[in-house]
Design a protein around this ligand. Structure first.
Ligand SMILES: [Zn+2]
Length: 1004
């Protein structure tokens, strides 16, 4: 099977890399893997009870300490003798008799676990002895040594005999014996290391010490090394290791000392390293530890070998180093396998979970749609593409290759269709690392949750690691996780009217245009990636002509205000900041030179603008309209005081589900000015709350439209000045309810006084700096013929007023002659009496006989008396209507021209993933379609139709979930979307399957 072959070859490559000579440091283990315990006194020896592997003894200056829990905690002092510190300890592996050496060289023994102690009948000839060692056999034989002599006892130290034999003796007291080790199968085979004075070296006896020989163990130059540690493999006693002093070499023999090779630890210049202890792990065959002290940080540390001492690597980067004291090392049994204990002076360093036989379990399941927190507090949205990341708990002293998992899903105890899922990782497996980094997608097993699992009630997820039992584990019964409960909530689709802006700076020179079809997802890609929505209902407006100056903040502010007026005029909404259920208006700008902003929006409003090709600008500005403030990073005015994470960072790891790319915690929040940006959990939830309000909002009681004025204007910087810039008559519109609330007030006066009053707040654009920017307002109030004046007030201060003119202008309009084969048209008009200073002329289009209007252009340039437009930009109509409206003060005149039938436009269709897509084999796919239609706006889900290359129908709706592809195959998937007039448009994507290559994230 191809999948298995690929996985195996991957493992082989990794294996080769690890086997090359002296490896790099072991993969980093979190510092918390090491803990330390101080015993308050210098520790001379650490001995694991051979009959109870969680019990460990430590000899210290004033007695003995015992731990019953693998070295985590230590009992009180057991006093042995007052004559000196305890040097060493040996435990009879059969009887449990304790034998210690007290500091003055005297031996004490206890047959009752340390309650009472006695001296031997005959000490080892008055010598000051040091180490103690039980060899194998029954009864076990006990050895000790002084600085020049070796002694043997067959009765637990009651009687001793001298077995120094012919061991070469230097001049008195110039030779030290530092190490003693015995062959477990042949108890009479002994090794001693020697240090100092007249020469070091290693010596071997085959006859229990009666005679000694010196194997040929030399440094590369031929000199004899000082040997300060010796160890014999308990399972392969032909393997003998000897640690040197100073040169940092570990000598190794595989024939019981007959011949030797050496492994050199990496020494820095002028560095000295001493291999203080060598320790064969009692539970993991082949594993051996070395405690290496030294004068520099390069060599000192804990080393491990998994091949009986042939190749050594530093145990891990965070081991307690450099080690400088009296080093001994031991492993004891612990709750998660064995525990490595390292003594350095008076401190025991303890590393848990260090077993050679790994154990895997599920540490957590993270269900994410953009970002998720460890406490799983981020809301999940129905029908939003979703990935579950399964984090593994790895109890091992190395990473575990070839780890897999499956994901089960149930609702009300019943399995959901497709459960269990397989992961989408290449080959379905990962190398399970001991400290998974959530910023690395390949550190988790990842699953695409089908949208059919989302709706309705609690869904339980449970993961099972190593379901095919390919990995030998210490515990095969802890592989299945408990259930993680999830609820997916329904959120309304985001409604947005996208407005392509045609920009002519100051009304002269070239016109810059943007074509939304050129932008990914019509410019909404960043919104889909970061908002808690399942999709958006976009419609595209006819282009809006803007002739201000977008090289200035004031120009941007003006365009924003004009779009607010446009929205109020077209939707007949009562205010910039309300009518949540109505679409947002978002103006998309072409690329601009010399622009002060990338985007601008009113907060808590419905209007924004931005440069369309700027990837996350649309998301940032639309988020402002949902009430989000800036996150505190970069030059932010009025940052959100409650933003919870320093420097405006996102703080938790996000995930771009579409790209399957984690977003590092250091990224700035979408609402900050620090890039790269991603949405924080905090702002994601804020957006969700607002969108949820929209979902829950009830349509208010139907209100009758009435004659109205669209009132708009600006409040100047500081809020002390203001101007009413228009009171535009509207034939019929929904109006605001009288009274309102806010710092400013509009009053409508008639002969009797104030006939209508409405209080409101003006909206300041969200910008890096708001100095010089005006706050805008726009809303619709009732119009009646008795009104003579509109007044704008701040408190009792009159800011501005408009007198209602008595005579409305008279307008005539006509369609200029045109070529029927050309879609371009032109309307011309004239006004009488002669145009006045305050005239504003707008040209608008209705496809429905005047019930709703779309503004095509607007000018206050009195010299302009015609407008060109294109039928290709207009919604279909049996008889399209063009109206020219001239507003003079608070009065208006208008004229309408029929333009005849306007053809239906096919919908515009895109597949969000593009036209070419490379995926991994075994990776299920989710394709997302996007469409908008001039006539319909939103297109119902049922009108999306997905087909394969053979024309076979696959599914309907904006999302398509596809099964995994086989290796080296490709598919062509098409999406057809049909509008209400039955016109269909199509997009397609070619999907190619191959192994995805994951590149490491760049560190920035
Ligand atoms: Zn902003």
């Amino acid at each position: 099977m191809a999948r298995r072959g690929l996985a195996l070859s991957l493992i082989m490559v990794i294996g080769l890399g690890a086997a090359i000579a002296f490896g790099p440091a072991e993969p980093a283990v979190a510092q918390t893997d090491w803990s330390s315990v101080g015993l308050g006194q210098f520790i001379n020896a650490l001995v694991v009870d051979p009959r109870n592997p969680v019990q460990v003894f430590a000899t210290v200056d004033s007695g003995l300490r015992v731990s019953q829990d693998s070295g985590a905690s230590w009992g009180p002092f057991i006093t042995v003798s007052t004559s000196g510190p305890l040097q060493s300890l040996a435990i009879n592996p059969v009887s449990g008799v304790l034998v210690v050496v007290v500091g003055d060289g005297q031996i004490r023994r206890s047959v009752n676990g340390g309650v009472t102690w006695s001296a031997p009948q005959s000490g080892p000839e008055g010598q000051i002895v040091r180490d103690l060692l039980y060899t194998g056999g029954n009864p076990p034989v006990l050895y000790t040594h002084s600085e020049s002599q070796i002694f043997r006892s067959a009765d637990d130290g009651v009687n001793w005999s001298n077995v120094t034999g012919n061991l070469p003796d230097g001049s008195p007291r110039t030779i030290s014996l530092f190490a003693l080790a015995a062959d477990s199968r042949i108890p009479t085979r002994l090794y001693v290391g020697r240090y100092g004075g007249l020469g070091g070296g290693l010596f071997r006896s085959q006859d229990g010490g009666a005679s000694w020989s010196q194997p040929a163990l030399t440094n590369p130059g031929g000199s004899t090394p000082d040997i300060v540690s010796v160890a014999v493999s308990p399972t392969n006693p032909e393997i003998v290791l000897a640690g040197s002093y100073g040169t940092g070499r570990i000598f190794r023999s595989t024939d019981s000392g007959g011949s030797w090779s050496a492994f050199a630890l990496p020494l820095g210049p002028f560095e000295v390293a001493y291999v203080n202890d060598l320790y064969f792990d009692q539970t993991a065959p082949g594993r051996v530890f070395a405690a290496v002290g030294g004068s520099g940080s390069q060599s000192a540390g804990i080393y491990v070998s998994r091949d009986n001492g042939a190749i050594w690597t530093r145990l891990d980067a965070s081991s307690p180093s450099p080690l400088t004291g009296n080093l001994t090392i031991a492993t004891v049994a612990g709750p998660f396998g064995d525990v490595v204990l390292v003594v350095d002076g008076g401190v025991i360093y303890r590393r848990t979970g260090a077993s050679a036989v790994p154990n895997l379990s599920v540490s957590r399941i993270e269900v994410t749609q953009a970002i998720q927190t460890p406490d799983r507090s981020v809301t999940l949205v129905q029908n939003r593409p979703t990935i579950a990341r399964v984090y593994l708990n790895v109890e091992s002293d190395s990473d575990v290759q070839g780890a897999s998992a499956v994901l089960y899903a149930t609702r009300n105890g019943q399995p959901l269709p497709g459960s269990p899922l397989r992961p989408i990782n290449p080959g379905g497996v990962i190398t399970a690392v001991r400290s998974p980094n959530a910023e690395r997608f390949e550190h988790t097993l990842n699953f695409i949750i089908p949208s059919s699992w989302h709706p309705g009630g609690l869904m339980a997820l449970s993961a099972e690691v190593d379901p095919d039992n390919r990995i030998t584990e210490r515990n095969e019964n802890d592989n299945r996780s408990p259930n993680y409960l999830n609820t997916f909530l329904n959120v309304t689709r985001l409604k947005t009217v996208l407005i392509p802006i045609e920009y002519q700076r100051n009304g002269v020179g070239p016109v810059l245009r943007i074509n939304l079809r050129d932008l990914p997802a019509f410019g909404m890609q960043g919104v889909y990636d970061t908002f808690p929505i399942a999709g958006a209902a976009n419609s595209v407006h006819s282009p809006y002509h803007f002739t201000g100056d977008l090289t200035t903040g004031a120009g941007w502010s003006q365009l924003l205000y004009e779009l607010a007026l446009l929205r109020a005029r077209e939707l007949a909404v009562s205010n910039i900041g309300d009518a949540l259920t109505l679409p947002k208006y978002y103006g998309m700008l072409p690329n601009l030179a010399g622009s002060p902003y990338l985007g601008l929006a009113y907060r808590n409003s419905a209007v924004g603008i931005g440069i369309g090709s700027s990837l996350d600008t649309t998301a940032h500005e639309l988020a402002h309209t949902f009430g989000l403030q800036h996150a505190p990073c970069g030059a932010t005015m009025n940052p959100d005081p409650n933003y919870p994470i320093a420097e405006g960072r996102i703080g938790f790891v996000g995930l771009n589900v579409r790209l399957r790319q984690p977003m590092p915690t250091r990224y700035g929040d979408l609402m900050s000015y620090c890039k790269p940006r991603w949405i924080s959990a905090y702002n994601y939830e804020k957006l969700f709350d607002t969108l949820n309000q929209i979902s829950l909002a009830q349509a208010g009681p139907a209100q009758a439209p009435e004659p109205a004025w669209l009132v708009g204007g600006a409040i100047g910087p500081g809020g002390l000045s203001g101007a009413l810039s228009l009171a535009e008559p509207l034939a019929n519109a929904i109006t605001v309810t009288a009274s309102g609330s806010g710092a400013y007030r509009l009053e409508l006066w008639n002969a009797g006084g104030v006939a209508f009053a409405y209080s409101f707040n003006a909206e300041l654009p969200e910008a890096p700096t708001t100095s010089g920017l005006s706050a805008g307002f726009a809303f619709v109030v009732p119009r009646s013929n008795d009104i003579t004046e509109l007044r704008l007030l701040a408190g009792d201060t009159l800011l501005d007023s408009i007198s209602v003119a008595q005579f409305a202008p008279s307008v005539s309009a006509q369609l200029a002659s045109f070529n029927p084969s050309d879609s371009r048209r032109s309307v011309t008009w004239s006004v009488s009496p002669a145009p006045g200073e305050s005239d504003t002329t707008s040209v608008r289009y209705s496809a429905d006989g005047g019930q709703s209007w779309q503004v095509l252009g607007q000018t206050d340039d009195l010299a302009v008396s015609s407008l060109d437009f294109d039928l290709g930009d207009l919604a279909a109509s049996a008889d399209g209507l063009i109206e020219v409206v001239v507003v003079r003060g608070a009065t208006a005149g208008s004229a309408q021209v029929s333009i005849g039938p306007v053809a239906n436009k096919p919908p515009a269709v895109q597949i969000v993933q593009g036209t070419q897509l490379q995926v991994a084999t075994n990776e299920p796919l989710v394709l997302q379609g996007n469409a908008y239609d001039h006539e319909d706006g939103t297109i119902p889900d049922g009108n999306y139709s997905w087909r394969d290359e053979a024309g076979q129908f696959l599914d309907s709706g904006p999302l398509l979930e596809l099964p995994p592809l086989d290796a080296l195959t490709s598919r062509v998937i098409s999406l057809s979307v049909t509008d209400s007039a039955g016109v269909t448009a199509q997009a397609s994507v070619t999907i190619t399957a191959g192994e995805r290559i994951y590149l490491p994230l760049l560190r920035r």
